[in-house]
Design a protein around this ligand. Structure first.
Ligand SMILES: C[S@@+](CC[C@H](N)C(=O)[O-])C[C@H]1O[C@@H](n2cnc3c(N)ncnc32)[C@H](O)[C@@H]1O
Length: 343
């Protein structure tokens, strides 16, 4: 097993993936392509000032939890079903001069015995089988972080599996990933309702091959799940091509988005912050150009600038390089893109 370094941690694990997709290591899983996800997790954890005990529920080498201990000062426990993984976590804790509790059992079982203030679920593929146990295993106001790499299912490529797994219609095209996030949230909201609780999304995003949500467990709320049609309108009932039922409220709390970061992470947080208060859904800049019957599509930032000058909410989005989030009508979007042509 090779030794690696990420953030302030040194640790042993088997490398998996080729810096991109999830891949599957024989042995103890470590995917360097998820480094940004862990960087972001550390930054966000600092912002939230989490107190109490955190569970790295599907820990593999323990790198996520170890970084949260070293870089955000959290109190993290670890769980994995693989004995090789839990033995390696023990070694990795020693390598970093820290001590903690490690459980070698299914996380669903652990969460029936013990509750946590913060739980992280980072599985291979879909998180669906873990959601109920994770929501039930949270203390009131606890925070749940969940990764999903079943993006094909959540983002329109496998609609029948999405319906079976998440109980919702996915969507293709530019808004697919944002809709995927909203579908995950709708599933979590419904499950939380069943145990007399609610959820409040704190920070949700897509990056590379994965989707990720952080939600707070709240008192039961009256949030209604709705649909988003192909014109990005929120509709109360299912209609042809619409995604849903899904979470149509906010998915990013602007004031919780970390600031003062530089480089790739800084740019990412900046975009998240810009789009936080926008409406659900995205418009494809090439579709706006086609409808406006103009030749080449202007740069996205120029279209955003013109939409803002026309008095509308407008932002780019981390969910798609071609997506624009805006409150502008079709006529106004057409007007803006024509103005952007001459910039
Ligand atoms: C994708 S890896 C986790 C990656 C890790 N969080 C990281 O940041 O590198 C998933 C891990 O979950 C473990 N696992 C699978 N099913 C589990 C279960 N029911 N309970 C606990 N761990 C489980 C696997 O052994 C594997 O180590």
């Amino acid at each position: 097993m090779k030794e690696h370094q990420e953030g302030r941690a040194i640790f042993k694990a088997n490398l998996s993936g080729k810096d991109k997709g999830p891949g599957k290591a024989k042995g103890v899983f470590y995917n360097p392509a998820m480094e940004m996800s862990r960087d972001l997790h550390v930054a966000f954890a600092k912002e939230l000032e989490i107190e109490g005990i955190v569970l790295d529920g599907l820990a593999a080498s323990g790198i996520r939890g170890i970084r949260l201990i070293l870089e955000a000062g959290l109190n993290v426990e670890f769980c994995d079903t693989s004995t090789l993984a839990t033995n390696t976590i023990a070694e990795n804790l020693k390598l970093n001069g820290i001590e903690s509790t490690i459980y070698n059992k299914p996380v669903e079982e652990l969460l029936q015995e013990k509750k946590y203030d913060c739980i992280d679920i980072d599985p291979f593929g879909t998180p669906a089988p873990f959601l109920e146990a994770a929501l039930k295993g949270l203390n009131d106001n606890g925070i749940l972080g969940v990764s999903a790499t079943d993006t094909a299912v959540l983002c329109g490529a496998k609609p029948s599996i999405c319906m079976k797994r998440y109980g919702a219609n996915s969507m293709k095209k530019v808004a697919a990933k944002e809709i995927g996030i909203r579908i995950m949230l709708s599933k979590m909201h419904s499950m939380a309702s069943e145990i007399g609780k609610g959820i409040q999304p704190l920070l949700c995003y897509s990056e590379g091959h994965h989707l990720r949500v952080f939600v707070k467990l709240t008192k039961k709320n009256n949030v209604e799940l709705k649909w988003i049609n192909t014109d990005m309108e929120i509709v109360e009932e299912e209609e042809y091509g619409a995604g849903g039922p899904l979470w149509v409220d906010k998915i990013i709390e602007k004031e919780l988005v970390p600031s003062n970061y530089e480089g790739k992470l800084g740019k990412f947080f900046e975009t998240l912050s810009e789009e936080a208060n926008g409406p659900p859904g995205l418009y494809d800049i090439n579709d706006i150009a086609r409808i406006a019957e103009i030749g080449q599509t202007p740069q996205r930032n120029k279209i955003v600038k013109c939409l803002k000058e026309l008095g509308h909410f407008a932002s780019s989005s981390i969910f798609s390089p071609l997506g624009i989030k805006t409150t502008a009508s079709k006529i106004e979007r057409t007007k803006a893109i024509k103005l952007a042509q001459s910039l």
